[in-house]
Design a protein. Structure first.
Length: 392
């Protein structure tokens, strides 16, 4: 009798566990057709619309806001309602696990794909160590290129700001990986709408660690690059021959360690990305080449953007290192590049990962669109911050 009861109890436990796991997986893997944001007041009194789970990607020439939830890509015209557009291939089983929110949170591997819509209408996606190409709006993707370095012990392969399209339709990306041995680092280029890829520039072993940024300057129509990490490795420079050679503007110290650049008619700005020393917002004068440290800031800067009215915005990251003032994610903004104002957006939630503000690639927008990660009020979310609430 006792054995029969134990068998029935064991069977019932297995059934309940099976259904519990199935329900959990269905919730984790669920991608709604439409996600609607909710209004929220952020620390510092900033009013915003917040959409859980979305990672900002790109703002198109038509104003479309592209974002991703795992490998599922959403599009929005107003930053309030986001509609599912398509899914990007994950590439392999391990990468496919990134579809589950809990896995992303556990591993702190949130930025699992990068989506870049070209002006031709072609969509390029970096995912699972490959570049995928779609010419039918994301309905189908074809693998067109394999990244040299990708994986849990190798790195993501490319940085979110390490890709750019120039005004002739050529597309570039720079290798971003752990590179502990300081091997060679490549810049790749495609001149046929993402079909074929070539190594257009090689950094020799020991020259740099990896490429932080490749960005196209709309004022001079040249390609800019920023590299890291140790004192002899950071470099900011530009190319006038489509990435084949780079002219150094500066290198050899943490002053030149940047993850993203901001372009204006008269100057180029960046926030330094140093872990254990004071960080600065720097300004390069286009006319005379002078570089000035214009403002001390509370920690390293990863991403930056410029709003449609010309307002410059940089997002401060919390890494938990000695060069930081506090554990608050913040934005630094300026109307003229001279006077900068800090506004806090949230406190770092978990010391297991960085807390940071990811900003969109692509065109300028009237309002601020960003994704905030690992904060006390949200783990992973898209923010729309109306311009009027930023400047007041």
């Amino acid at each position: 009798m006792m054995g029969s009861f134990s068998r029935r109890f064991g069977l019932m436990t297995c059934i309940i566990s099976f259904f519990a796991i199935a329900i959990w997986l269905s919730i984790e893997f669920h991608y709604p057709a439409e996600i609607v944001s909710t209004p929220k007041v952020l620390p510092g009194g900033i009013e915003a619309f917040i959409t859980p789970g979305l990672m900002i990607q790109h703002i198109g020439e038509d104003g479309t806001i592209w974002s991703a939830r795992g490998y599922c890509v959403y599009k929005s015209s107003d930053g309030v309602k986001s509609k599912m557009a398509f899914k990007v291939p994950s590439g392999n089983l391990i990468s496919w696990m990134g579809n589950f929110r809990s896995i992303r949170a556990l591993t702190q591997y949130i930025e699992i794909c990068e989506v870049f819509p070209l002006r031709s209408g072609t969509i390029l996606a970096f995912s699972g160590g490959y570049i995928w190409r779609s010419t039918d709006g994301g309905n189908t993707f074809r693998q067109v290129h394999k990244l040299r370095h990708f994986g849990m012990r190798n790195g993501r392969g490319v940085n979110p700001q390490g890709m750019a399209e120039d005004d002739h339709g050529a597309f570039y990306y720079g290798e971003y990986f752990r590179n502990l041995e300081r091997g060679s680092v490549f810049v790749y280029r495609s001149v046929d709408d993402g079909k074929n890829w070539e190594v257009v520039h090689r950094f020799n072993p020991g020259e740099i660690r990896h490429i932080h940024s490749l960005q196209f300057d709309p004022y001079t129509q040249v390609l800019w690059i920023a590299t890291g990490d140790d004192d002899h490795e950071p470099m900011i420079g530009y190319s006038i021959d489509k990435g084949e050679t780079f002219h150094k503007v500066g290198s050899g110290s943490q002053k030149w360690r940047a993850v993203s650049l901001l372009f204006t008619k008269d100057a180029i700005f960046w926030g330094t990305d140093s872990s254990n020393i004071q960080n600065w917002i720097c300004r390069l004068d286009r006319e005379n080449g002078d570089v000035k440290q214009v403002c001390k800031i509370d920690g390293p800067i990863y991403y930056s953007t410029k709003l449609r009215d010309g307002t410059l915005i940089m997002g401060r990251t919390v890494q938990g290192d000695k060069g930081e003032w506090d554990d608050m994610v913040s934005i630094w903004l300026s109307k003229d590049g001279k006077q900068w104002i800090k506004k806090s957006l949230g406190k770092r939630k978990s010391s297991r990962g960085y807390a940071f503000l990811r900003l969109a690639r692509g065109n300028s927008s009237a309002d601020l669109y960003a994704s905030i990660l690992n904060t006390d009020y949200h783990e992973e979310a898209l923010l729309k911050v109306p311009f009027k609430t930023i400047v007041r």
